[in-house]
Write a protein that binds this ligand. Structure first.
Ligand code: SF4
Length: 343
């Protein structure tokens, strides 16, 4: 069970890491408690079909992962993870007092040059997790008091995750499930999660095709991410909070401010607000940490002035359902250990 105050909660946000950007409010979606998951479609054998001609993300590599071929993400037919543990560093509507039940999946379809989880996204760290073990991991996190199951960068394993969620639900999983994503997702593949995921946590990282091509090898990033968000929002709708203020359903869209890219950040925020208004949470991240090997502006941190300019812009736009972070959030010490914990 959750023991309040355990774990590394020292990451200082304004108001326990994040602070509401505006009055925010819980809005019309607030209700007293969570009344159970919405209905999931029937169980099916989707995995082999998807993996034998992989188009699980917009890379559409068309490789046969069942026969050992590998695409851009480098992942095969078996699920690989790097860590499963309570995680206290998400937004307060997710981490609450006990933490989210974070499961870090290996591989990535973006491979951002500045990735703070480079061990798993770029360097291939991870351990195979069997179809029997993955639902057990979810249930163990529930037993430890997690507020939700937080599936981090699982796009390469969507069909297997679906099977694991169905199995875990059969065995008593009742927590909301959050799908935590870099935003570069296929709407068709996301439909596998319909009814099984209640919370979406996508990034929208870039507006400019040049920037997304240079940082993530994906000139089509923005249009792909916005199409993915449309599907995510269709599935989960507006935020619903428990009476304790923990998100039960809805979407939190994250944007990491990059050094030297405040204009791009403003375009991202404007597009999000014009599309969704305050029907989603927007979280403006100030945790960019330069990793070894990056060059140019990416080799430095975001200045407080840069971050403040983006936040001021967001306020002027009218965004009120959002979160901002403190400067001290940018620190390598906050990168979790990808050491197989909890697998
Ligand atoms: S999940 Fe991996 S193999 Fe499949 S399309 Fe995406 S990058 Fe390619």
């Amino acid at each position: 069970m959750c023991r309040k105050g355990t774990g590394r909660s020292s990451r200082t946000w304004r108001c326990a890491t994040f602070v509401m950007l505006g009055s925010g409010g819980t809005g019309p979606g607030q209700k007293d408690g969570y009344d159970g998951m919405i209905q999931a479609p029937d169980r099916s054998k989707e995995s082999e079909k998807w993996l034998s001609d992989c188009q699980l993300c917009p890379r559409a590599c068309h490789v046969d992962r069942m026969r050992g071929e590998r695409g851009f993400c480098g992942e095969g037919a078996r699920v690989r993870c790097a860590r499963a543990a309570l995680h206290l560093w998400e937004e307060p509507v997710l981490s609450g007092t006990c933490g989210s039940g974070a499961v870090f999946f290996s591989g990535c379809g973006l491979k951002c040059v500045f990735c703070q989880n480079a061990q798993i996204s770029l360097e291939g760290a991870g351990w195979e997790v069997s179809p029997e073990r993955l639902p057990e991991i979810f249930l163990e996190l529930q037993e430890r008091g997690a507020h939700n199951i937080d599936l981090i960068t699982g796009a390469s394993f969507l069909p297997q995750i679906r099977e694991a969620l169905l199995a875990a639900r059969d065995r008593g999983l009742t927590l909301p499930v959050a799908y935590n994503s870099g935003g570069y997702e296929s709407p068709e593949a996301l439909r596998l999660l319909e009814g099984l995921v209640q919370i979406y946590l996508p990034d929208v990282k870039y507006f400019s095709p040049e920037l997304s091509a240079g940082c993530s090898h994906a000139p089509d990033y923005f249009e792909r991410a916005m199409a993915a968000l449309e599907e995510m929002f269709r599935q989960v709708g507006e935020p619903v909070l428990s009476k304790e203020g923990i998100l039960q359903r809805g979407m939190v869209v994250r944007h990491l401010v990059l050094p030297g890219q405040t204009k791009d950040s403003k375009k991202v925020l404007r597009s999000l607000y014009e599309t969704y208004g305050d029907r989603i949470y927007i979280s403006i991240l100030n945790q960019y940490t330069p990793m070894p090997g990056v060059t140019g502006d990416l080799a430095r941190r975001v200045t407080q002035d840069e971050y403040d300019r983006v936040v001021t812009f967001a306020r002027r736009l009218g965004i009120s359902r959002g979160f901002v972070q403190e400067e001290t959030s940018a620190d390598e010490a906050f990168i979790p250990a990808f050491d197989g914990t909890g697998l």
